[in-house]
Design a protein around this ligand. Structure first.
Ligand code: SAH
Length: 280
């Protein structure tokens, strides 16, 4: 790697699979390890959520799409894993590129396990996950000392596509001040009802950010009681990340992308705490 800062960058050996996060969209959110991998890969097996601009960084590599396209069902997980094994056994340097972080609701754990079970050497390159960076691009810090001491990341549906039955929504509602929901749009009605039934205030703020970190990023601010209807009315395009909790109010002062475009902050003190303490 001549164009990366001097460092002992790992060499991509033939027959290896590197399981790598591509971040939520904006190519600038790739890690340097991801860039190092893109520069050396022979073949990149990528998902639907990987932005095209990122594949441009691997001009020499064969590109294999492994996501859902044009309403067709996504390839079976087993088929993807077998393809990776086949490519590795053929002596290729196989870069398995996944949106966000491969080990966060991305089935990266399953793929890695299958590869190891078949004796394929792997390297894991974590990525920046949508539930943190997507919200940051919307001006929402997932933790803030005045708001929350916990955050819970949940998926809105399980492997069968049903609302996540195994989740203790009561426990989450009671125990987590901020809840970040991946893949939550399909069952948003049900999820919001469960959180309200467990005692969350229907007026609690909710933000839904779509296509986060890219130019098409869009955020609606709503409430737990009305979010499902508001989301339908807003005609939101996937992918969408949902944040439930008072962290959403911080957008009023931290919506930095709008401010970069010239908009003033809406409210310098959205939590009504007065001037911030000067102490650490
Ligand atoms: N491994 C990924 C998550 C894969 S699950 C990660 O760490 O980010 C897919 C879900 O991630 C989507 O349904 C959506 O909830 C969320 N997501 C991924 N990219 C997103 C983006 N750019 N904007 C909003 N949500 C995104």
């Amino acid at each position: 790697m001549t164009d990366l800062p001097r460092h002992d960058w790992p060499r991509f050996e033939p027959g290896w699979v590197w399981l790598c996060g591509a971040g939520p969209g904006d190519p600038g959110l790739l890690t340097l390890h991801a860039l190092n991998a893109l520069r050396q890969a022979d073949v990149v097996v990528y998902d639907a959520l990987v932005h095209d601009g990122i594949l441009d960084w691997a001009p020499g590599a064969e590109q294999v799409f492994a996501g859902k396209r044009g309403g067709k069902p996504s390839p079976k997980q087993r088929d993807i894993s077998l393809r990776l094994i086949e490519l590795a056994r053929a002596g290729r340097r196989v870069l398995r590129l996944k949106g966000g972080d491969p080990f966060v609701f991305g089935r990266g754990g399953e793929e890695a396990q299958t590869l190891v079970q078949h004796g394929i050497p792997i390297r894991v390159i974590p990525g920046i996950t949508a539930g943190i960076a997507g919200l940051a691009y919307a001006g929402i810090p997932v933790t803030h000392r005045d708001v929350n001491q916990s955050v819970t990341f949940v998926t809105g549906h399980d492997a069968t596509g049903n609302q996540t039955a195994s989740l203790d929504w009561d426990g989450i509602a009671r125990g987590s001040q901020v809840i970040v929901i991946y893949m939550g749009m399909k069952h948003l009605d049900g999820i919001a009802s469960k959180l309200i039934a467990a005692g969350r205030d229907p007026a609690e703020p909710v933000a839904i950010t779509t296509t986060a970190t890219l130019d098409a990023q869009r955020t609606i601010e709503t409430t737990l009681g009305t979010c499902a209807a508001d989301a339908r009315d807003a005609d939101l395009e996937p992918p969408a990340i949902i944040c439930v909790g008072h962290a959403v109010a911080m957008r009023q002062v931290l919506e930095w992308r709008a401010m970069a475009g010239g908009d003033p902050p809406r409210n310098l003190d959205p939590l009504g705490r007065g001037r911030p303490a000067q102490s650490a």
